[in-house]
Write a protein that binds this ligand. Structure first.
Ligand code: PLP
Length: 439
């Protein structure tokens, strides 16, 4: 077992994912290829559903944060498991609509929803709008009125947790681009604004404090502020509030050095706090919504590449170059995200080479990891990066006109393509210039 039980090494010394030999998978599907163990995804969804309902009450609902991995198949799985989803763009909404995801279980996020985005969401019957700002509120209100409906909303609130206290937290500070801060009075002002709109049905509040959080403490801190704010609004303005959305951000183990988050224990602890806080503040326990993204899909994923060269620069460093890189996974280039990597066809050997894993782009920053201990590879070997299920497929680009890799799901020992590999023809398909103009 490597990090998680679904990553293992077989008798041939090959890495397996969900029981399948990755060397065989690389041969069958080509590289780079993104793999996703469906059983792991479903198990995580079930864990969140069970814990949310057990500890917060039957009305609680976990939403899968689409931005972590958006494709038709993941929506089909989330719908089947009874999860809600959060969508952050009209493109995600469009895909959810096309595959028939139950619209009442969709929450629409984003700090700059256009009039057209709001119209699209109203037309498809999106259950809840998480309203970021006053301009959005006014547009949504006008459009709801003109349709003769009321839009069910939560207001996104920035609880003002100091990001320096918890460095993983970067979206809940007063100076965040998201939501309305309590501290400056803007949160209260937008509540009053919403209450004055007859086409707006204010149900409660949302906050999302950040990502890769490994303990309950920051969530409790956020809940303290949010519950106190709910009570304040209820007592001051007589608002009836029914819902509290605590966002996502539960941490995932990418390397041996990182801890394993106890999802059940964390949810139980947060729920106990929220119940106690509601009692202290004299308000009824609201319906609680959670929005895990990374912790649903990250661990289920692995990505396979083919090694092209091993370059040793004596006295400096070693490079292992692969046939992918920042176009299929920009996370190391963007955030310096740590990963676990290994040579899939030499997985039982000693990791004796310290190397920088370089992508194939004409860009020095195109790296997948540095100071990585690998089994010494040779051209043609398969390099595997583990825990790539979140923010990889969904963040991929065509930089350097490199076609995006496919997404292959693995379930009960069977693999299937759920998103096909892009072709060179796909790369030209948006160009309107006649491709034979120079011939
Ligand atoms: C990104 C995001 C999430 C999911 O965060 P994870 O760290 O992937 O769990 C949930 N809610 C909102 C509003 C987000 O922006």
């Amino acid at each position: 077992m490597l990090l998680y039980p679904h990553f293992d090494i077989n008798d041939q010394g090959h890495l397996t994912v969900g029981g399948l030999d990755t060397v065989a998978l690389a041969k069958e599907y080509g590289t780079p290829v993104n793999l996703l163990d469906e059983n792991v995804v479903r198990a995580q969804m079930r864990l969140y559903l069970r814990c949310a309902k057990q500890y917060f009450g039957e009305s609680a609902l976990p939403l899968f944060a689409s931005k972590a991995l958006c494709c038709a198949e993941i929506y089909r799985i989330a719908a089947e498991e009874g999860m809600g989803i959060d969508c952050v763009s009209p493109g995600e909404l469009y895909i959810a609509d096309r595959v028939g995801f139950p619209a009442s279980r969709i929450y629409f996020h984003g700090n700059n929803k256009t009039d057209a985005d709001l119209a699209q969401a109203l037309d498809m019957g999106v259950g809840t709008f998480v309203v970021d700002n006053v301009e959005e509120l006014d547009s949504l209100h006008a459009q709801a009125l003109s349709r003769g409906t009321r839009a069910r909303i939560l207001l996104r609130i920035t609880p003002g947790i100091d990001p320096h206290t918890h460095k993983a937290i970067s979206t809940g500070g007063v100076d965040s681009k998201f939501g309305s801060p309590i501290m400056t009075g803007q949160a209260e002002a937008i509540v009053l604004h919403a209450l004055a709109c007859e086409g707006i049905d204010l149900q409660g509040f949302h906050c999302h404090i950040g990502s890769q959080i490994f303990d309950a403490e920051p969530f409790i801190e956020a809940a303290q502020i949010m519950v106190a704010f709910m009570a304040d609004m209820t007592h001051k303005h007589g608002v009836r509030l029914h819902e509290l959305n605590l966002g996502g951000g539960l941490g995932v183990r990418y390397t041996e050095k990182q801890p394993t988050l106890d999802v059940e224990g964390t949810i139980r602890t947060i729920a106990e706090s929220v119940k106690a806080l509601c009692a202290q503040n004299g308000i009824a326990m609201p319906r609680v919504i959670l929005e895990p993204g990374r912790s649903i899909v990250a661990a289920a994923g692995a990505t396979l590449y083919t090694v092209g060269s091993v370059k040793r620069i004596p006295g400096f460093k070693n490079y292992v170059s692969v046939d992918g890189g920042m176009p299929d996974n920009p996370r190391y280039a963007l955030y310096g995200s740590p990963y676990t990597a290994l040579i899939a066809n030499k997985a039982d050997r000693c990791a004796d080479l310290c190397a920088t894993i370089a992508g194939r782009c004409c860009e020095s920053g195109d790296l997948l990891g540095e100071n990585m201990m690998l089994q010494t590879p040779a051209r043609g070997d398969i390099l595997a990066m583990l825990v790539t299920g979140a923010y990889q497929h969904s963040m991929a680009s065509n930089y350097n006109k490199i076609p995006r890799p496919p997404l292959v799901m693995i379930k009960d020992g069977v693999s299937r393509v759920v998103v096909r590999r892009e072709t060179y023809e796909d790369l030209l398909s948006y160009d309107v210039t006649d491709p034979v103009f120079t011939r």
